[in-house]
Design a protein around this ligand. Structure first.
Ligand code: DGL
Length: 280
């Protein structure tokens, strides 16, 4: 029995669906979701800057919370800094989040997949390598959408479906024009727009149909299987460690600013206690 927490880390709100999926299936595990608001957005930063930011943050989080496992619930952080974090913090088991290229490649009839991500993820050599390993022979169209990251972070996660569709539509049109028929949401923020993307994906003629993929299930499942494999679950089968006990799960924001109403609502909806990193 290992009662240390499981961390989820993103530049902002993007990783919350990953944390939610894991927490629902593992109610006995204590989860701590960290939104690195102080350094948002990650997508326009280079590898060196992200390596520095994430190493410093991981050090603080390790000292404060002593996690047994950490999920980098962020594609940008994972493609640039996962290897570095594994090397620097070997006491933590790390799970990365990278674009779900494999299932998209299997589903693509045109052998042409799209990745919607941040500028860093699209340009990073890791993504090129991922394509060669997991989707050999497939053509790739990568599109960066920093405005969409910003939209979600500022409250687009709670916007109505019409507004979300309006934001997503130009991107789906771009992938269609390029000839891709399987599109990967390669930035965790875009998972909040999944319904909007899905509803747009079937429009047009059958030849223009596009399928949408994300990594939520795969990443949450990977975290769960690592706990099992290493015998570090809080309780057998993922249930409560003690009868009736519920762990205190947190949503932690970096930076000095007041959390504000939006984050209070997000934390309440996710069943997490909200706080700033400096308060712990
Ligand atoms: N959510 C992040 C990702 O998956 C990045 C968003 C940002 O630019 O900070 O890539």
């Amino acid at each position: 029995m290992d009662l240390r927490p499981v961390l989820f880390l993103d530049s902002g709100i993007g990783g919350l669906p990953y944390c939610g999926r894991f927490a629902r299936r593992n109610p006995g595990e204590r989860v701590i979701y960290v939104a690195d608001r102080a350094n948002f957005p990650y997508g326009g930063k280079d590898r060196d800057a992200l390596g520095r930011i994430l190493s410093a943050l991981a050090r603080d989080l390790d000292n404060l919370f002593r996690p047994k496992l950490a999920v980098l619930a962020c594609n940008t952080a994972s493609v640039t800094a996962l290897a570095l974090l594994r090397e620097r913090f070997p006491g933590i088991r790390w799970v990365g989040t990278v674009p779900a290229v494999k299932p998209a490649a299997s589903a693509s009839l045109k052998r042409h997949i799209g990745i919607l991500g941040t500028a860093r993820t699209i340009a990073d050599p890791y993504t090129e390598g991922l394509l060669r390993r997991c989707a050999p022979g497939c053509k790739l169209t990568g599109i960066a959408a920093p405005d969409l990251v910003d939209f979600v972070e500022r409250g687009g996660d709670r916007a109505g479906i019409d507004e979300q569709r309006g934001r997503a539509a130009p991107y789906i049109a771009g992938f269609r024009r390029a000839g891709a028929d399987a599109v990967v949401l390669g930035c965790t923020h875009f998972v909040f727009l999944r319904d909007a993307f899905e509803s747009l994906s079937g429009e047009g003629s059958p030849e223009e149909a596009v399928r949408i993929f994300d990594s939520v299930e795969g990443v949450a499942g990977r975290a769960e299987s690592l706990l099992e494999k290493h015998g570090i679950r809080a309780a057998p089968g993922g249930g409560a460690a003690l009868p009736g006990e519920r762990p205190r799960n947190l949503l932690v924001l970096t930076g000095d600013g007041e959390p504000g109403e939006l984050w209070r609502q997000r934390a309440a909806d996710a069943g997490l206690s909200l706080g700033r990193l400096g308060e712990f």
